[in-house]
Design a protein around this ligand. Sequence first.
Ligand code: 6PG
Length: 230
Amino acid sequence: MNTRGVEVIVADDEESAARRVADLLAAAAREGSEIALTGGSTPGRAYELAARLEPNWGRAGIWWGDERCVAPDDERSNFRLAQEKLIVRLDGPPARVHRIRGEDEPAAAAAVYEQELKGTTLDLLLLGLGPDGHVASLFPHAPGLEETERLVIHAEPQLDPYVERVTLTPPALRGARRIVFLVTGEQKAEAVAGALAGPPDPAVPGSLIRSEHGETLAILDRQAASRLGD
Ligand code: 6PG
């Protein structure tokens, strides 16, 4: 299925969707890619499976699309999720771990991450999608959606967890060679339809994110894909 510039893969269930994403992560790690991870509750299983499929990430670099402004050991931290589900399970840890410093003042952390990211092309960017259509920490109608210069900014949350965020901007996200949305569950079905098949709309930030020079893929389970034909 190909919606508005996105190749859509519909897996039978959440586990199969995680497996598809794990395959992509493992292959990218093997190739020594620059890989950006996402947070939230969805990607954990894909990280576990990716660590099993490819336990040596010794050539890869990892980045994050966004971070919650909390300490790296806080249970809301996107770094902590990747640390627990992926990094500690590897025999060969990633060559480069580019963590967003959620414990620092958000604008300062964004500026530091911008310097770190500048000049790097992300080979694989994994993204989730919120039930409101947000992507990374770019929420509906947020001013950051209009950013054209900066790569990383401080952002305000519109959903739980209500902590400040640091997020890549649309130009930074669009610069990735391959963007992969992983979205599962009935509660995301409407957001998926808006983000993948609807017109570009700041009310649904996911609709604004497509790889500029590469490919955009969405790996969904049946429930998340259920409104795509509407
Ligand atoms: C974050 C994320 C965010 C996430 C979506 C989906 O830090 O919150 O990076 O963009 O991908 O909110 O989250 P769930 O998987 O929890 O639904």
